[in-house]
Write a protein that binds this ligand. Structure first.
Ligand SMILES: [Zn+2]
Length: 163
C-alpha cells in the first residue's frame, strides 16, 4: 500500500504548526489540534488514517509507527520552506488540488454565486473578481486576489526543483 498520492490526509504536531496552512493551501486535508496530548494525536491519526507530521523523535519511535501501521514523517528542517520541500519530496505531494480547502477550518470550499458574494466582500473585490467560494463552516468568502496569487507564487518557488 503506497502512502503517496492525492488521498493523503495529515495530522500536524504543534512543533511544525506552520505547515498546516501550506498543506491546506495545497489541498491536503490537514488536522491541527493545538493542545493535543501525544497519545490522542497518535490515536486520532491511526483511527482516521492520517499521516503524522512532527519533529518529535519520540513519536517516531512509537510501536504503531515502527511496525508500519501508522505513517509518520519526521521533519528535519527548522526552516518552514525546507519543511515544505521535505514533505513534498518524501510524499510526492503536488499542488494539483491547491486552494480547494478553507485555510482555517480544513473544509472543502464551495462556489458562491457572485450576487450572493456581493454584500459580503468589499465593493472593489466584487467589481474585479469573477469567482467566489465559500467555507460552509466559518462562512469565510474566498476569491483569487493578491493573497491567493502570492501564496501560489511562493508555493511554485518552494516546490521548484523538487522531483
Ligand atoms: Zn472555514
Amino acid at each position: 500500500m503506497s502512502v503517496k498520492g492525492r488521498a493523503l490526509r495529515f495530522i500536524v504536531d504543534v512543533n511544525v504548526g506552520r505547515l498546516v496552512t501550506w498543506l491546506r493551501a495545497m489541498g491536503y486535508d490537514t488536522l491541527y489540534i493545538p493542545q493535543i496530548e501525544d497519545n490522542d494525536l497518535i490515536r486520532i491519526a491511526y483511527k482516521e488514517g492520517r499521516t503524522v507530521v512532527t519533529r518529535d523523535t519520540h513519536l517516531a519511535e512509537r510501536r504503531l509507527v515502527t511496525t508500519g501501521r501508522l505513517n509518520l514523517v519526521l521533519i528535519r528542517d527548522h526552516d518552514l520552506e525546507g519543511q515544505i520541500r521535505q514533505l513534498a519530496q518524501d510524499l510526492a505531494l503536488t499542488s494539483d488540488g491547491a486552494f480547494s480547502l478553507c485555510l482555517r477550518c480544513n473544509e472543502t470550499l464551495t462556489s458562491l454565486p457572485r450576487e450572493e458574494a456581493r454584500p459580503r466582500v468589499p465593493e472593489y473585490v466584487y467589481r474585479t473578481q469573477k469567482g467566489f467560494e465559500e467555507c460552509a463552516q466559518c462562512r469565510r468568502v474566498y476569491w483569487r486576489g493578491t493573497h491567493w496569487s502570492n501564496m501560489r507564487k511562493d508555493l511554485a518557488r518552494i516546490l521548484e526543483g523538487v522531483p
